[in-house]
Ligand binder design. Structure first.
Ligand code: SF4
Ligand code: MG
Length: 324
């Protein structure tokens, strides 16, 4: 495994009390593999990623347990200096909002070139040439001219391509993309996702794709981990999830995306809201919203049951759910 997150716990101090943002998350990504992490906002998917990257704001966020093993080393045991080196060269992150992630007062060429002068000790001239090459690689037209422009002079889609160029610049082993296309138009979304998938294959990178949109990941992910209230509630190969979800929450997410084969059918919305993380309900945290819930669900917290060798579900009634 390239990356293994094991039993990760993250807490936040809030005015309401301690929010348990991540509650024992375990997942892994192999070289060349794409793991989609799916869930509503507040499910802990971004916080988990920030803990992996080592960019969790501390305080108020605090890792209270677990391991993040990357290329055989537990990152949580490394010094900040070493983590910073890994963050630049071995793992990179792509954010939803490229405009705020990029530096507004530097040209995109300077920002790309800086990756090579700082991390690779290249001359400015060589680094500039690399910057143009990268902009070409992510298919930004007229790269040689546009390299002198500032982030705000690019469209949202083009800016996201620049973010992708920054992320792949040093050929990292792992990329974490947090809602990389959420802010874009649907057609641009597809193009950016295609580009990301193509580069991932070419460089054989591990990719963690964080999204709230199950529709986005169908074609690019190998596995899906569904998060709810800071835990993984289902984890499975993507085709198995699409065929038959083994958790009512996954089923709800599936039924709430438009699908060609379900044309005309009314879209379903999961009732209610995700829980306040300072007061996670006892038993199964999904029980207040679950159409299959019964008494035992209000008292017994389901473990991640092994559905098959490659699949887990944190539902007492996963069999029933699988049978639809
Ligand atoms: Fe629903 Fe109960 Fe399964 Fe939780 S354990 S998802 S409440 S059926
Ligand atoms: Mg988020």
């Amino acid at each position: 495994m390239l990356l293994e997150v094991r039993d990760l716990h993250v807490e936040f101090r809030t005015r309401d009390g301690v929010a348990k943002a991540v509650n024992g998350v375990t997942y892994g990504v192999d070289e060349g593999e794409t793991l989609a992490v799916l869930g509503e906002s507040g499910s802990g998917k971004s916080v988990t990623a920030q803990a992996v990257m080592g960019i969790l704001d501390t305080p108020p966020g605090r890792i209270t347990g677990g391991e993040v093993v990357f290329q055989g080393r537990d990152l949580l045991k490394l010094k900040e200096e070493e983590r910073r080196r890994i963050r630049g060269a071995e793992m990179a992150m792509i954010f939803q909002d490229a405009l705020s992630a990029l530096n507004p007062v530097l040209t995109v060429g300077d920002q790309l070139a800086e990756m090579f002068t700082v991390h690779r000790g290249m001359s400015r001239k060589d680094a500039r040439a690399k910057a143009v090459e990268l902009m070409d690689r992510v298919r930004i037209p007229a790269a040689r001219e546009r390299v002198r422009q500032y982030p705000h002079q690019f469209s949202g889609g083009m800016r996201q391509r620049i973010m992708i160029a920054m992320a792949i610049a040093l050929e990292p082993a792992l990329i974490i993309a947090d809602e990389p296309t959420t802010a874009l138009d649907v057609t641009v979304q597809a193009q950016v996702m295609e580009l990301l998938a193509e580069l991932q294959r070419e460089y054989r990178m591990g990719l963690i794709l964080i999204t709230h949109d199950l529709g986005v990941v169908a074609d690019v992910a190998d596995r899906i981990a569904v998060m709810y209230a800071g835990r993984i509630v289902e984890s499975a190969p993507v085709h198995e999830i699409y065929k038959a979800p083994a958790h009512p929450y996954t089923r709800g997410l599936l039924d709430s995306i438009p699908r060609l084969d379900h044309k005309g059918r009314e879209l379903y919305a999961i009732k209610g809201l995700p829980p306040n993380l300072t007061r996670i309900p006892p038993g199964c945290p999904f029980h207040p919203r679950c159409p299959l819930a019964r008494d035992v669900c209000t008292t017994d917290d389901p473990p991640l049951y092994e559905v098959s060798g490659t699949r887990g579900s944190a539902c007492h009634f996963w069999r029933e759910c699988l049978d639809g």
